[in-house]
Design a binder for this molecule. Structure first.
Ligand SMILES: [Zn+2]
Length: 398
């Protein structure tokens, strides 16, 4: 038996009395639930991009609403019988009505004024999206579409339900091809568009509240446009303002100055990064010189610098090790305790093979790495073996 869909003709019905036609127990994995079919319902089932309603039926909580063709099935958390008082979670439903009607309006504006066809719609918990087909919408197009859609909101035009066959609706100006038989339902935004739809909508465009377009990204061959309507716009604007205010507070400026202050701060950061890098290089050269000067020449006429650094940043060790290895007849065998990074390098006139040496050491203590004859670097499997790795290398160099 067909369930009468109260929401088709009265989207604002929040409460209703329905007769229970059937109530079947379903044993789920976690909890027992019941499938309830009523003679009539104001509960909207998930369909057409709009999520289902929630609410109560007497003492029972409605967990899901499913469209099964003729019947609407309510999944509830306890058994019901006889006459039940249905009550819709109105905040949730009205939000859905705002998003859904906003989508109709936005899609119509994008099609009529910018030639962008809506090929799908998703109404999410936080964000709504439509997928648009056509040329990539520019930032100016999006701003213009938002303004045009909001102009219709401010005009507070009536939104009404029309019924007719596919042919009749086509005669009234429905663009979308519909291949369903019988009487169809369509939604009209006066003077803007007429669109076949089974969803719930507000009664006047003013109730959409406000439409805000957000991010637009490429998704396969289409453009996925995020948008918000109604209370969601106020929440997003509030969150955006709070972010801006927090940024301004950190930058010690007013929210109005935040962007220019970010530009200035990023510029300063980049400049000081370049300066620190140049200083690091200069310092590494000087320290390398000092280390080499203080290292004694061994029996084979080489200076072997062996050291496990600790408490020194990795980027500096990476400058220092090659700087040591640029000195004539000098070998650098260096590791960093914290991360187990290891560097072997040789200066002119040494004539050994640092890559082969590294492979040999890593073969004993474990790790990965490689390089050239003059400079090789790697990472020990266990940083605790740093000292031992350097000792092995030292013994190998002779
Ligand atoms: Zn609709």
């Amino acid at each position: 038996m067909t369930t009468k869909r109260i929401y088709y003709d009265d989207a604002f019905a929040r409460e209703f009395i329905g007769e229970v036609r059937s109530c079947e127990e379903i044993t789920g994995e976690d909890a027992t639930k019941w499938r309830v079919v009523l003679d009539r319902t104001a509960f909207y089932p998930t369909s057409g991009g709009q999520p289902n309603d929630l609410g109560t039926q007497g003492e029972a909580r409605v967990l899901d609403v499913v469209d099964e063709g003729d019947e609407i099935v309510h999944v509830v958390d306890r058994a019901v019988q006889g006459s039940v008082a249905g009550k819709i979670d109105w905040a949730r439903r009205f939000d859905h009505m705002q998003q859904h009607t906003g989508q109709h309006l936005l899609s119509a504006v994008l099609m009529k004024e910018f030639g962008l066809e809506t090929v799908s719609f998703h109404l999410g918990e936080e964000i709504c999206t439509i997928d648009l087909r056509g040329l990539e919408p520019s930032a100016e197009t999006l701003v213009a579409a938002e303004q045009a859609a909001n102009a219709v909101v401010f005009e507070d035009r009536p939104v009404s339900v029309k019924y007719g066959t596919a042919e009749e609706l086509r005669a009234l100006g429905v663009r979308k091809e519909v291949d369903r038989d019988g009487v169809l339902r369509a939604i009209e935004i006066e003077g803007v568009e007429l669109q076949p739809c089974g969803g719930t909508h507000v009664a006047r465009t003013g109730q959409i509240g406000m439409i805000q377009l957000r991010r637009c990204t490429k998704i396969r061959q289409d453009w996925r446009l995020e948008f918000l309507c109604g209370e969601r716009v106020a929440k997003a604007a509030r969150a955006d303002y709070e972010t801006r205010r927090a940024v301004a507070e950190k930058l010690k400026c007013s929210p109005e100055e935040a962007l220019s202050m970010v530009d200035k701060t990023v510029g300063e950061r980049d400049a000081s990064f370049r300066l620190a890098k140049a200083r690091g290089e200069r310092l590494a050269d000087l320290e390398a010189e000092k280390i080499v000067r203080e290292t004694a020449v061994d029996a084979s006429g080489l200076k072997i610098v062996e050291h496990v650094f600790e408490g020194i940043e990795a980027s500096y060790v990476l400058l220092l090790a090659p700087a040591i290895a640029t000195h004539e007849k000098t070998v650098a065998l260096v590791a960093r305790r914290e991360c187990g990074h290891i560097f072997f390098g040789q200066g002119p006139g040494v004539g050994k093979d640092m890559n082969a040496l590294l492979k040999k050491v890593l073969g004993v203590v474990g790790g990965k790495g490689g390089g050239t004859k003059d400079f090789a670097r790697g990472a020990l499997a266990d940083p605790a073996t740093a000292q031992r790795a350097i000792e092995i290398a030292r013994a190998e160099v002779g």
